[in-house]
Design a protein around this ligand. Structure first.
Ligand code: B12
Ligand code: SF4
Ligand code: SF4
Length: 311
């Protein structure tokens, strides 16, 4: 069944690995050891203590294994706004596959269909350390930029994990590893606009990561120069420079256009509930709904930057 599952996941353009549920304890121990040996900052402690959850949820099936899936995403999306009679082009990340739903929704749909026909079930695995799981399972390798790389995708991917009652005989569990090419390369470190990637330590300083700031509506810190902003949310700088991504960097989608009314609505800070359906769809496709309270501020900063560059 595991082989059939892997084949089906490949047909859908994704890649996966399956590990026996007993490995959940090892993953938990990994994080416990990691916490005991590293001097973590406040945000890292928050993630390890409050975001990660290793407790199995209630299921009406016996959990036997974990499926970890990598789904390719575009490197970024071109977005056109119409403002005061002018068109302005900005860039955004895009959570969705090209032309499909977002990756977790798409994987859930095709997996449920396949497994139901074989008498098996799945349930979302909840809040696990997904990169660590992907690397430990052999699906991915770390880059120096602290994110994961998967064959055929580079680092432009979304990870999703499911619990299932499929028995897993093969015990895939590998040492945590970094790509060989990182040993002679520091491109991501040098291109990080905020110094979040550290020279002598693998763990990044996530409290300096641009994505940390632009996902939240709180004021940007005073030390953050306006010049670093380049994306409607998150950041592309440690991925677009990476030689391991050269085959995937041109997987760009768009332009996705917001007409004058939609642009005004987006900038007004109104609730997503007030957006017309067609606009909601675009916002969700781009993944902007996840950080919607920060989006108007982020777009305004990019528009200001555009204006300054023109003058
Ligand atoms: C919180 C979070 C964030 C926070 C904090 C990120 C961070 N690095 O701490 C912020 C908002 C800043 C963020 C940013 C981004 N994120 Co994010 N994020 C998460 C989330 C929810 C948890 C990450 C986490 O565990 N951080 C806690 C710290 C303690 O763990 P860690 O930094 O991963 O540390 C591990 C490694 O350093 C490793 N390690 C330690 N020492 C050593 C030594 C060696 C030699 C090696 C090899 C490894 C190693 O072990 C540590 C513990 O597991 C995950 C989803 C999930 N549930 O896993 C997505 C996730 C990691 N993010 C993702 C993405 C895409 C991003 C961004 C690229 C988005 C963007 N374009 O800007 C950036 C990348 C920033 C970066 N360089 O890491 C994807 C990663 C996809 C991929 N290709 O790997 C994930 C998996 C979401 C998903 N469902 O796909 N993110
Ligand atoms: S830019 Fe270089 S060091 Fe950074 S992840 Fe890519 S190959 Fe590794
Ligand atoms: S996402 Fe941007 S700010 Fe964060 S580590 Fe990568 S390059 Fe640095």
């Amino acid at each position: 069944m595991v082989e059939l599952l892997k084949k089906q996941i490949l047909i859908n353009g994704d890649r996966c690995q399956v590990i026996p549920i007993e490995r959940l304890e090892d993953l938990k121990n990994d994080i416990e050891n990691f916490k005991n040996n590293e001097d973590l900052n406040r945000f890292q402690n928050f993630i390890t203590d409050k975001i990660y959850n290793f407790k199995l949820p209630n299921t009406d099936f016996q959990v036997r294994s974990i499926i970890i899936i990598a789904s390719p995403t575009p490197s970024y999306a071109k977005v056109t706004f119409n403002l005061e009679g002018k068109k302005v082009q900005l860039i955004s990340l895009a959570r969705a596959y090209i032309g499909k739903k977002d990756a977790p929704a798409a994987t859930k749909q095709y997996l449920t269909k396949l497994l139901k026909s074989k008498g098996y079930q799945i349930k979302s695995a909840g809040r696990l350390p997904l990169k660590r799981l992907a690397v430990r399972s052999g699906l991915a390798q770390y880059g120096r930029n602290n994110i994961c790389y998967v064959d055929g995708m580079g680092s432009f991917l979304t990870l999703t994990a499911y619990l299932t009652d499929i028995p897993c005989v093969d015990d895939n569990w590998y040492e945590v590893s970094q790509m060989d090419n990182c040993s002679n390369c520091k491109a991501c470190l040098n291109n990080c606009p905020t110094g979040a990637i550290i020279k002598d330590r693998f763990l990044i300083n996530n409290e300096r990561c641009l994505s940390y700031f632009n996902e939240s509506p709180r004021d940007f810190p005073k030390w953050l120069p306006k010049s670093v902003h380049h994306c409607i949310y998150d950041c592309l700088m440690c991925q677009n420079i990476c030689p391991e991504n050269k085959d995937y960097i041109d997987n760009v989608i768009g332009p996705i256009e917001f007409d004058e009314i939609e642009t005004d609505l987006l900038l007004s800070g109104k609730s997503i509930k007030e957006f017309p359906n067609a606009m909601k769809k675009k916002v969700k496709f781009l993944g902007m709904h996840e950080w919607i309270n920060a989006i108007p501020r982020n777009i305004k900063i990019l528009l200001e930057k555009n204006e300054l560059q023109k003058n």
